[in-house]
Design a protein around this ligand. Structure first.
Ligand SMILES: NC(=O)c1ccc[n+]([C@@H]2O[C@H](COP(=O)([O-])OP(=O)(O)OC[C@H]3O[C@@H](n4cnc5c(N)ncnc54)[C@H](OP(=O)(O)O)[C@@H]3O)[C@@H](O)[C@H]2O)c1
Length: 246
């Protein structure tokens, strides 16, 4: 049977890495972005390309309507939509906080809802992987908005994994530290910023989207058939270890 995967935020740094790894693993792809030109630049004429804003109910449902019109039902979802909005709580504007929630939490909620809805309608099993952040797992300054949004994603993953386990639908998340993608340009754009960021990690360095993509593709594969309701950190030890303590 053809294995069909949906990659949202597919024109972004992580989305492109996940799409490449999934294609290499033999998946047929549906890729989404809010911008058709960005999709075209990333994928040429390859894959089913859907222009949609996953942060609305209509946008996320539109993806599955287009897929259905092409006789495609994705049984795997890699939700790569999101952003990093940094700023101290007392200075974060309402507009910035709302944008952060929309990109990270609201989009995850509506896309996952549309995905499990399509699987339930077709009486199919499936699997999803969402993206949290190390910032949801340990307190770091000025990350209040993104930490709150990603903590919501982690709660969503655990609850939905419980709701749909009986239907053979597995739902997990990954929680990366900083990765070299367009979302982190403001932090990694200068040599000084890059070196400072790299030093913060117990395993020093900057993560790559390709590394995280490998983990996500594994979680979507048959090899992870007993894994659900988990949040897998890939943050070089940032959220869990203190090597300098003697
Ligand atoms: N890079 C890091 O250091 C880092 C660290 C921790 C977690 N993360 C998470 O990793 C995931 C992937 O991010 P990335 O690093 O690949 O960033 P990226 O290159 O900026 O890609 C993220 C994509 O999300 C889409 N997007 C952003 N805001 C949206 C909104 N309001 N509604 C719908 N789509 C929206 C954009 O797609 P279009 O504009 O094409 O629609 C964008 O291409 C995100 O969840 C991010 O929070 C990243």
């Amino acid at each position: 049977m053809e294995k069909i995967a949906l990659v949202t935020g597919a024109a972004g740094g992580l989305g492109q890495s996940v799409a490449a790894s999934l294609a290499e693993a033999g998946w047929t792809l549906i890729v989404t972005s809010r911008d058709s030109e960005r999709l075209r630049r990333s994928y040429g004429d390859s894959h089913l390309q859907v222009v949609a804003d996953c942060s609305s109910v209509a946008g996320s449902q539109h993806i599955f309507e287009v897929a259905k019109a092409h006789q495609m039902l994705p049984t795997a979802l890699a939700h790569c939509v999101g952003n990093i909005r940094l700023g101290a709580l007392h200075r974060m504007t309402d507009a910035d906080f709302t944008a952060c929630l929309n990109a990270n939490l609201i989009s995850a909620f509506h896309t996952l809802a549309a995905f499990v809805g399509a699987l339930r309608d077709a009486k199919c099993a499936g699997t999803a992987v969402l993206v949290s952040s190390a910032a949801a797992r340990i307190g770091t300054p000025n990350h209040e908005a993104v930490a709150a949004a990603k903590a919501g994603v982690e709660g969503l993953v655990r609850s939905a994994a419980a709701t749909y386990a009986g239907y053979g639908i597995r739902i997990n998340a990954v929680a990366p530290g900083i990765m070299d993608t367009p979302a982190s340009t403001a932090i990694l754009g200068t040599t000084m910023g890059r070196e400072a960021a790299a030093r913060q990690y117990p395993l020093p360095g900057i993560g790559s989207a390709d590394e995280l993509a490998e983990l996500m593709v594994w979680l979507l594969s048959e090899k992870a058939v007993r894994v659900t309701g988990q949040v897998w950190s890939m943050d070089a030890g940032f959220s869990t270890i203190r090597p300098l303590v003697r």
